[in-house]
Design a protein around this ligand. Structure first.
Ligand code: TMP
Ligand code: ZN
Length: 392
């Protein structure tokens, strides 16, 4: 892809019948934290791009209407998923994969080897990972890893693989057909592809519009996934829910085709109309709450400089005039500014030292971990609807 562009066709099935879902405005990239101040005291604005979501009336895939070029996203520090917090989850997945007694396992976007490390002593493994810094960590752990993008042309000397894994990759690729073509070409005749992806149904149910950002090109249901695999002569043989990334599907895919579709329901317009209306209501409520706080001379701070927090702040048009700072424990985020809103990111201790009257919990998916750290404070939880909680 040479430059930014509006998509005229569904990135999965090619249909031009695309209906609007939600328009989150023109936003900077959610992970583009700013590290400099200009001499006049204002931060660099950086590049902003439309953040608009549409759905395909043919295959139901929910997707971005506008693509930011890959070069703008690519960042050597960026890793798709973190390994540290979920090692039990991956150990269990490895165990399940080993039940199939694979001779060889290929993982697409294998990151730092978070999963293959559980498999490497039992079968031949290979990781394909586009970010060299995380690929190097995997190699240092003794996990064979190539720094490459996976696609339809990818092959390892024509070898076929008993298991091909792609966790949390679907949403991050602009062209899902390229990914599936590569899987189809490299999968052994009796092999399984194992994929995990966040559930669109949860995003809609929770009104988690903040999980929409430019790095996430598409938002998958089983129905949309089945549609895609069907066109490639692949079928979903098993699908169930796993508790990661706020709720994901894990699916097993094989060569072959079902006679009729197994999944349905995602074509209902009301699913999307309700979602957009609730997002608008969250924006109104937050803006009202924060404007009232300003009138009462109250300080408002935030907690958790997550990528999703930036979508929320920018959609709600909240800036450092409204929110004094964002607390985050991640050392490389501290001392930077949030893209778009220009709110400074500080340590939790520094944030609490400002004696905030209200704290907006941007990393609401970590509520259970973060709330105990905010005892005695009044916290605004924005999703699934705006609520205020005095933490006791
Ligand atoms: P994530 O949902 O993308 O992992 O982002 C969560 C952000 O919140 C991340 O920048 C780390 C931060 N965080 C804290 O600052 N304190 C905490 O206790 C937790 C759980 C997360
Ligand atoms: Zn489509």
């Amino acid at each position: 892809m040479s430059g930014p562009q509006w998509r005229e066709e569904c990135r999965s099935c090619g249909s031009t019948a695309l209906a609007p879902v939600i328009d989150l405005g023109v936003q900077p990239l959610s992970n583009a934290f700013l590290s400099t101040l200009n001499s006049n005291g204002s931060q660099a604005f950086g590049n902003s791009y439309p953040l608009r979501v549409v759905r395909c009336l043919a295959c139901t895939l929910v997707q971005l209407a506008y693509d930011v070029p890959r070069e703008a996203h690519f960042n050597d520090h960026y890793a798709y998923h973190s390994s540290a917090n979920n090692s039990d989850h991956w150990a269990r997945l490895a165990k399940e994969i080993l039940l199939y007694k694979p001779r060889n396992v290929l993982e697409i976007a294998s990151n730092d080897g978070y999963l293959l490390r559980h498999l490497k002593d039992h079968c031949n493994v290979l990781g394909v990972e586009p970010s060299d810094n995380v690929a190097q960590i995997a190699r240092d752990r003794g996990i064979p890893t190539l720094t490459q993008f996976f696609g339809p042309e990818w092959t390892m000397r024509g070898m076929k693989w008993d298991v091909i894994i792609a966790n949390n990759v679907f949403a991050h690729v602009p062209e899902p057909n390229a990914l599936v073509a590569g899987i189809k070409a490299n999968l052994a005749p009796d092999g399984y592809a194992v994929l995990e992806f966040p559930r669109l149904t949860d995003m809609l149910r929770l009104c988690a519009f903040d999980t929409i950002y430019h790095e996430h090109y598409s938002y998958w249901s089983l129905q949309a996934a089945e549609h895609l695999f069907f066109r490639w002569g692949l079928k979903i043989t098993k699908a169930y829910c796993v508790d990661i990334h706020g709720g994901s599907y894990r699916i097993f895919v094989k060569h072959g085709q079902h006679e009729s579709p197994q999944y349905g329901g995602m074509e209902q317009p009301s699913l999307y109309a309700d979602f957009a209306a609730r997002a608008l209501e969250i924006r109104r409520e937050l803006q009202k709450l924060i404007a009232r706080a300003a009138l009462d001379s109250k300080y408002v701070a935030a907690y958790g400089a997550a990528a999703k927090g930036n979508t929320l702040l920018n959609y709600c048009q909240l800036s450092r005039l409204d929110i004094t700072c964002i607390a985050d424990t991640t050392p490389w985020k501290q001392g930077k500014w949030a893209p778009g809103s220009h709110i400074p990111i500080v340590s939790p201790e520094e944030m609490l030292a400002t004696k905030p009257d209200l704290i907006l919990l941007l990393a609401w998916n970590w509520k259970r971990e973060i709330m105990p750290k905010l005892k005695g404070y009044e916290v605004i939880v924005p999703i699934p609807e705006v609520s205020c909680v005095k933490v006791s």
